[in-house]
Design a protein around this ligand. Structure first.
Ligand code: SF4
Ligand code: SF4
Ligand code: F3S
Length: 266
């Protein structure tokens, strides 16, 4: 209660805004507590009240007054083709804005699979040369929080950890926080006993589907996907893709669009 709230600059490159949509639904901690008591969200293209020059001035003010002491959170990625012309927020190529604001950041977070891996806009043939942010920001660690989108409580959990302990969470070799990304969906899936018993759904409306058998043969990517969906779940722990009857698409894995994750069956 006595600590000043840490400034956060949240930039948006090529993205769909659903990472923000996920974040604002966090229940534990409640997103209102994150925004009103933990961080000072000084800039966010999509949810701030300021607009135009007034909004862009906040970036210069942050660099001047909080250099080295703010968190840069990035949703989406920069397209590098043709000098970045495919994403020009505020009249400036996003790649320039990203480099300018990362220079003074104490930590950089890549929200979602767009910022972490490239996601749909980097899928082949990637016409705009959409590029994950760690390939542009190379002088400091980038905390990757992948998923399309990431789970709300995973996003606020990462922020809470950083503010509580004043350090980065322990990261795996790919830069993901181990506390949320060290296990596969398959490891904690409640349908796992059916996998082990060789009981699989063979068609979407067959007897196995009605009995809740394993979705592996319907293309579930749980065995190769690192994320917290099968433990933390979505919508305040109510459900998650496999629980709703659909296999995991592997949305938190690198290049999942090009790996045949969508509806490819065994
Ligand atoms: Fe949208 Fe997915 Fe990109 Fe997040 S990672 S901005 S949900 S496309
Ligand atoms: Fe693994 Fe998917 Fe089967 Fe669950 S439904 S046990 S994650 S293959
Ligand atoms: Fe994505 Fe698979 Fe979770 S598709 S939301 S990682 S269950």
């Amino acid at each position: 209660e006595t600590k000043p709230r840490i400034p956060v600059i949240w930039l948006h490159g090529l993205e769909c805004t659903c990472c923000t949509e996920s974040f604002i639904r966090s229940a534990h901690p409640l997103v209102a507590d994150v925004l009103l008591s933990m961080i000072s969200l000084d800039y966010d293209d999509t949810i701030m009240a300021a607009a135009g020059h007034q909004a862009e001035a906040i970036l210069d003010e942050t660099l001047k007054e909080h250099y080295g002491n703010y968190i840069l959170a990035v949703e989406g990625n920069p397209p590098l083709a043709e000098d970045g012309v495919f994403c020009i927020p505020g009249g400036e190529p996003f790649v320039n804005k990203l480099k300018r604001m990362s220079a003074g950041a104490s930590a950089v977070i890549a929200w979602g699979s767009c910022a972490s891996w490239g996601c749909v806009q980097a899928a082949k043939p990637n016409p705009t040369q959409a590029t994950p942010i760690h390939k542009v920001i190379t002088d400091k660690p980038v905390i990757k929080v992948p998923g399309c989108p990431p789970i709300a409580e995973v996003m606020t959990g990462v922020v809470t950890y950083m503010l509580t302990f004043g350090t980065l969470p322990e990261l795996d070799r790919q830069g993901r926080p181990k506390m949320f990304y060290s296990q596969r969906i398959h490891d904690k899936c409640y349908r796992r006993p059916h996998f082990d018993a060789g009981q699989f759904v063979e068609e979407w409306d067959d007897e196995g589907a009605r009995k809740g058998y394993c979705l592996y043969k319907m293309g579930c990517k749980g065995p190769t996907t690192y994320n917290a969906c099968s433990s933390v779940q979505w919508n305040e722990g109510v459900s998650w893709p496999v629980k709703s009857g659909h296999g995991c698409l592997g949305c938190s894995e690198e290049d999942f669009w090009d790996k045949g994750s969508f509806y490819s069956r065994l």
